[in-house]
Design a protein around this ligand. Structure first.
Ligand code: TTP
Ligand code: MG
Length: 410
């Protein structure tokens, strides 16, 4: 009888957006580079190169702050079409190696190589071949963690970044994780971290050995999963199908804080149409819509709306967003810094279930026809009166508006 050690790989491209920019323009190599907003525009950092990170820059930081910390950095708006192309090729390279493959977002995936030794040799060798192929064919680097679980592999891949390979030998997961900071554990984000610090949990080892009864009082059912993960144990399998997307959203920061209603509504309409197009491309319907607003003083709110029936039309998404927007603007005199719209609680649009009927079905088909036109000729080929307000505010490229913030948010 054979016994195989579980072997999971976590593969994550290094400073993904910036790395692709460096393929497009090699003169950017070795310099602090930020993808997030074009010169003179506002927004948040989507990706900072490792050179820029040494000045304290990181994803999510307002570009204005990034500029103060690292004025010599090169700020770029980004080329999303290229990112999607590199992402697709990266995922294809990984799937060549194992059908037990799980993409996580654009630049990250897990592979389960358990039991593949006879076929491919040791997992570290497979990782080296993949790293070489990605470098040769795509011109970017990928860091790889290998361990007995997905969670340890993920921590290992982050620990060896950039351009690293780190294998945690079987049986060593807990020992590897124990001395590391608890914020390195996937799932321990900005909300959980301060709570843990108050409990005296600083390292992953502190979490693993914390009294489970007390931990449950604070984190509920999640406590058990946290403690298993902290010992390097995770039971969720590497699934073939991509994890179902739970929401789709788009947001942007205005060039200046604004109370200009046609501009705010026009931008909302544009973002809603981008969200709608992606929703339809994915063949999904949404049950809820959400509006996000950031006021000039940086306070941020989100407001939700539940559709009467699941929807995927631009009108439904924009309509609910606009109603929420008008309500907020009515009760508040502050200027708007950022606006975003998203849809959530997605379900596949299975035609047999006839979720859509009558006029909704017709509107849906009209939207699909519009999507095809725009895929071919660009967004601006057909425009609503509302989005004309954007013409004076935003530059255009290949029939698309270039908004100030390049962040891809989902
Ligand atoms: P990450 O893999 O989290 O980050 P990264 O690839 O830039 O850097 P590294 O993996 O080396 O730490 O995210 C992948 C891409 O997703 C990133 O290049 C840009 C985009 N992104 C955003 O647009 N907004 C964000 O807040 C984050 C975290 C990422
Ligand atoms: Mg990455």
């Amino acid at each position: 009888m054979f016994f195989y050690h579980p072997r999971y790989l976590c593969l994550d491209l290094d400073s993904f957006f910036v790395s692709v920019e460096r393929v497009l323009d090699p003169s950017l190599k070795g310099k602090p580079v930020v993808v997030g907003a074009a010169p003179g525009h506002r927004g948040v950092v989507a990706c900072a190169s490792y050179e820029a990170r040494s000045f304290g820059l990181k994803a999510g930081m307002p570009v204005s702050q990034a500029r103060r910390l690292c004025p010599q950095a090169i700020f770029l708006q980004g080329h999303f079409d290229h990112y999607i192309e590199v992402s697709t090729k990266f995922m294809a390279i990984l799937q060549d190696r194992s059908p037990f493959f799980q993409p996580m977002g654009l630049d990250e995936a897990y592979l389960d190589l358990t039991g593949f030794d006879l076929l491919y040799g040791p997992p570290a060798g497979v990782a080296r071949q993949i790293r070489e192929r990605v470098r040769r064919e795509l011109g970017v680097t990928v860091s790889v963690g290998i361990a007995s679980s997905k969670v340890t592999a993920k921590v290992a891949s982050n620990a060896c970044k950039p351009n690293g390979l780190l294998e945690i030998p079987p049986g060593q997961d807990a020992a590897f994780l124990a001395p590391r900071l608890v914020k390195e554990l996937p799932g321990v984000g900005e909300k959980a971290l301060p709570v843990m610090q108050r409990l005296g949990i600083h390292t992953i080892g502190d979490l693993a050995t914390y009294d489970p009864v007390l931990l449950r009082q604070t984190f509920g059912k999640w406590a058990d999963i946290l403690q298993l993960n902290a010992r390097g144990i995770e039971h969720s399998p590497v699934t073939q199908a991509p994890a179902a997307q739970k929401s789709i959203s788009r947001e942007t920061t205005f060039p200046q804080d604004t109370r200009d209603l046609p501009l705010v509504k026009g931008t909302l309409r544009y973002l809603a149409e981008r969200v709608g197009a992606e929703l339809r491309r994915e063949g999904m319907l949404a049950r809820t819509a959400a509006l996000k607003l950031r006021w000039a003083d940086f306070t941020t709110i989100s407001r939700h709306h539940t559709f009467l029936q699941p929807a995927a039309t631009d009108d439904a998404i924009y309509g609910s967003g606009a109603a929420l927007l008008l309500k907020e603007l009515h009760g508040d005199s502050r200027a708007v810094r950022l606006i975003g719209i998203g849809v959530g609680d997605l379900a596949p649009n299975v035609r047999q279930l006839t979720l859509l009927e009558g006029p909704t079905e017709r509107a849906h088909r009209l939207n699909l026809a519009l999507d095809t036109l725009r895929d071919r000729y660009g967004y601006t080929i057909v425009q609503r009166g509302l989005t004309f307000a954007l013409q004076e505010q935003f530059p255009q490229e290949h029939g698309r508006y270039l908004l100030a913030t390049a962040a891809l948010s989902r």
